[in-house]
Write a new protein. Structure first.
Length: 187
């Protein structure tokens, strides 16, 4: 398949997924998501029952696929993401990769377990501009234990060029149980 065919396929997948995603937030969604496994959360997001995190809208990227141990996000590099050098800022690369690698870990967690990024190492290997219409970040789990998960990820263009790669370490923890005040607010 040519890179033009890949670009068209990626654009069509994004249109289809965006038509199902919700961007509005729901009250008490954090409490509800703590009762779901990672895959149940992603299934609810893709089915439109839970809203996507607003950061993706701000930075113009969207989840494309999540399965146990794998998360794929797609982004649209824009001029508004540029640094003073006229290329996409490294923070955009980092945010896209952090979403992919951390969500790969999240997809493996049972209900009642959460995570936070403890460390993210990003290697930018090629400049990115808005001339590249779409890129994909793919995160894959390396290991998930009781307290720590690790994953690796890559950002590639439709022509297969590598733009960045990353590794992460996430701290895994139990979601705190709501106290009487939080439980009353949720009711």
């Amino acid at each position: 398949m040519s890179h033009i065919d890949t670009l068209e396929q990626w654009a069509e997948e994004e249109r289809s997924i965006r038509s199902r995603l919700r961007t509005d937030s729901l009250p008490n969604s954090q409490q509800r998501t703590s009762e779901l496994s990672g895959m149940e959360i992603f299934d609810a997001i893709f089915a439109g029952r839970l809203a996507t995190p607003p950061m993706g809208e701000t930075l113009d990227f969207v989840p494309i696929q999540v399965s146990p141990g794998l998360a794929v996000f797609q982004g649209r590099p824009q001029r508004r993401h540029y640094n003073p050098h006229g290329t996409v800022h490294g923070g955009w690369f980092a945010a896209l990769l952090d979403s992919a690698v951390a969500c790969a870990i999240h997809s493996t967690l049972p209900a009642g377990r959460g995570y936070t990024t403890l460390e993210l190492k990003v290697n930018l290997v090629r400049a990115l501009t808005d001339a590249v219409l779409l890129v994909r970040a793919e995160g894959r789990v390396l290991h998930v234990g009781r307290q720590v998960g690790t994953a690796e990820g890559r950002i590639v263009g439709p022509d297969g060029k590598l733009y960045a790669h990353a590794t992460t370490t996430c701290l895994i923890f139990d979601h705190p149980q709501p106290g009487p005040t939080e439980a009353a607010r949720a009711a």
